[in-house]
Ligand binder design. Structure first.
Ligand code: BTN
Length: 319
């Protein structure tokens, strides 16, 4: 089915006969595959008598060679899937298979994209970036302190470099434009965090997505913000370079030197918020983060520190 898509991706008309000849199948088999492309991948295909078939819009697919062309210094092996349950899940399976880290898993779509706190991550075909970078960490806990916030900062700087100037951070690691989420980060860890472990840095960026009914929070995409479509291979390469830079700094200097930069880009600094922890809610004012990336809140006049993957922040109405 994807061989057919690759023939159509230029956005030009192709006759059923030419497609059938290229694929070595009959015209009716081509017709069936076209129906699958529409039904399974949500693609829109124009069918015009006498001219043939045309994708409603040309498509650029992920291509490790293209990613490498944009970022020759990024030497992570790249595994690209047309469709996978979750790039994070696949990364964890690859660790089990003893794949040597670092390596990068990308996919055109995820059928069970994972978000934080058990949420789903909308992952339509060929529209966004679903990116899981696997690192082997040997330095113990210090190498993990603030790591997810560092990834958030690198994602935000990538978006700004590509023209999304309004991108900012929300603790712990959402990237927003205004109140709308444009990217999310999910770290998953296997092994012994105090000794040797592998960490999967999962990044989802809404790139060219213009509509979806699968997201239950305010969201936006690079395309919606800028009015133009982005080349995802170029975006992956830019993110790779930015991550390399921030991860090297984090490794050599620790999180405390990145803390101030993170706070400067925190959209909710000084705002009145509610911290949600399961059924509990704590109201306070955001003071910032500590040297390990935990949230500092002023609660009833007293500074308190919070950390943990299950926490989430909401702005209070009086904020
Ligand atoms: C969030 O809820 O904000 C985190 C979303 C993380 C989504 C990315 S997409 C690539 C990687 N694979 C997954 O299944 N999830 C992460």
């Amino acid at each position: 089915m994807l061989t057919l898509l690759k023939l159509l991706k230029d956005g030009r008309f192709h006759s059923g006969q030419a497609l059938g000849a290229a694929l070595g199948v009959t015209r009716s088999a081509v017709w069936k595959q076209l129906q699958h492309l529409e039904a399974d991948l949500g693609l829109s295909i124009h069918k015009v008598r006498g001219r043939g078939y045309q994708l409603a819009a040309p498509l650029t697919l992920l291509d490790p060679a293209e990613v490498g062309r944009f970022s020759p210094a990024c030497e992570w092996p790249v595994l690209v899937f047309d469709s996978i349950d979750s790039t994070n899940a696949e990364a964890l399976r690859a660790i089990e298979r003893n794949q040597i880290a670092p390596f990068l898993v990308l996919a055109e779509r995820q059928t069970a994209g994972r978000g934080r706190r058990g949420r789903k991550w909308a992952s339509p075909f060929a529209e966004n970036v679903y990116f899981s970078l696997v690192l082997r960490i040997e330095g113990g806990m210090r190498q993990l302190e603030g790591l997810s916030l560092v990834v958030g900062l690198a994602v935000m700087q990538t978006l700004r470099e590509l023209g999304i100037s309004g991108a900012g951070l929300k603790w712990p690691n959402d990237v927003l434009v205004g109140q709308k989420k444009i990217a999310g980060i999910l770290l998953e860890l296997v092994g012994d965090p105090a000794d040797v472990c592998h960490v999967v840095l999962g990044v989802g960026i809404n790139v060219n997505m213009q509509m979806t009914d699968e997201v239950d929070q305010q969201w936006t995409s690079m395309r919606l913000e800028s009015g133009k479509a982005f080349d995802r291979n170029h975006l992956v390469a830019t993110l790779g370079i930015m991550l390399q830079k921030y991860l090297a700094r984090h490794q050599s200097e620790g999180f405390s030197t990145i803390q101030a930069e993170w706070e400067q880009n925190h959209l909710w600094q000084g705002r009145a918020v509610s911290l949600i922890a399961g059924v509990n809610q704590i109201d306070g004012e955001v003071l910032g983060i500590d040297s390990q990336g935990a949230l500092r809140l002023k609660v009833g006049g007293v500074e308190k520190v919070f950390s943990g993957g299950e926490l989430s922040l909401r702005l209070r109405n009086d904020s």
